[in-house]
Design a protein around this ligand. Sequence first.
Ligand code: SF4
Length: 603
Amino acid sequence: MNDLYFPCIFPRPGQLEVARRILDAYRKGAKLMIEAPNGFGKTSSALSAAYHIAAEYGAGVIYAVRTKREGERVLQEAKLFKEKFRIKVSAMLSMSDGCLLKKDELVKVEDELLPTYCLTHVMSKRCRYYERLSSPEALAWNQFESLSGVLNYATSNRFCPYMYSRRLSAESQIIVTTYNHILDKERLETLKATRENWREWMLICDEAHNISELAYTLNSRLISKKDVELAYSYALSKKNYNVAFVASTLINLFRQQKVNQNEMVLISLKSINNVTFKDRLRVVSSPNLPPAFDMFETRMQLSLMKLLEFCKHLAVSIDREDCRCFLINSEKGLSLKVCMLSADIDIKRYLFRSIVYLSATLGTNPSDFESYSVAQESAWNPSCVTLVDDTVTTAYSRRSEEMFRMISSRIENVRKNVRGPLAVFFTSYNVLHEVKASLSETVQSHCFVEEQSMSVGEQESVIDSFLNHIDGILMAVAGGKFAEGEDFKAGNLRSAVVVGLPLPPPSVELSERLKYISSVKGRKYAYESLVLVPAVNRVVQSAGRVVRNQRRKGVVILMDKRFAQRRIQELIPFWLKTNLFYLDCSNDIELRKIIGDFMEEER
Ligand code: SF4
């Protein structure tokens, strides 16, 4: 235990202890949750333990992260251990990034269809990128230091990057991957199939506070009315009467109830939960069903595939008491959504010797995990001043042009009074754009805005431009791409504003989830675990971007009157409350004084 290797000579207070606890959890075969503040350096601690597990026991570690960008950062840190350990490390690409064939299609193949799409094409020898995996370049072992490195190498050699990353993972002892490969049953089985000794492996989940919500999303399926109708026509034309029967039954469900534009309603599955329908559903959702098409080029065939995927999910949910079906009317038209409200992660199926959750904000946790909080037991205390401005709010009932103007004028004031780049995190893209529209044209010209669909490369380029722009303002969303796992080039962000408390918007779906979880675990637990804790987690994660560098001080401004509430304050971690002031940020003089005084005191 004393020979734990750390790439830096002076680890931060508590980092070695965290690494030791992870190693200890592995030895005991235990499940452990570690809560440590942002900027503490959890990744280095976890990697230190991971390399020891690989070197000492010949086993390995799966390091699961939320986003690809977080995965890139783990690979970057892993480089620091390379000199000391001769351990193979690789990254599993997602199918959405690593499938080359889908890019050749005339229609967009959605991510949830990719496993079936891939299987169909590989089995029928219709994927040339798969066939090229027998080329010498694809058979060679390569140690890549980034996800883009794997992707570019395979793409330039014209073989499948996804399958190639699987091949590299099968030979590695540390595998970096996104949660999808762990939470999705089929993908986990694929990963497990690559080797036999999983019972000797450890699973480390970074930013683990996201797991429950991701598991819920993965256990939900949506299908549009248009896709069901197209699949029905296609199935009839191919004389596939089982599929046609199921599709026509679902079409009737769409007709069961009216729903206004931009609303959703709960609909009953009683009318379809009968022996005849379930028998047909079982047949069409059977994995043995042969692909019903030869080519993959028309919208109808894609719709059929979506229907089959939806049916697979419906077949396992329909008899569950927590299964709910919603009819949604959005700008894309009508769709059906089937969800499993409890959607707990079945940790037993993971079969790993030991599991470790890491987070700055774990919130409500599984009961069979031991826990360790760095906050309570270490001297690590990120230096930060927190200002709470309770004169504004983004609460739904108080949103107005006037409110957005008040917020934008305070952001402009903060911009004037802090040095260096400033990040502003909003509750949603809507609020972001409303506030941005109220900023002066001059300030708008300094803004860098997060878009909902940005590639890793685009994110990288936004961060580069933002950090190089004097007076730059990054406008992003709490819970979005820049609010977690982003270290702004090793801690170059010192000031952040969080505008509003990002509570989930009221909806029929949320109310059903609250009702169900309340009936099982009580109302307080349901509200805290589904509403309050995830919202505060997003705030804390966003604020945590300014304490990524322990030698520099950070400024966090929480703009919303709800941040002054007692329960919210209780959920906020110690480091955000050590230097806390209440201030109306339109007060230029006070703002300058507090921020100036704090930033002048160097450690
Ligand atoms: S083998 Fe690769 S490129 Fe071919 S379909 Fe599967 S994921 Fe896509």
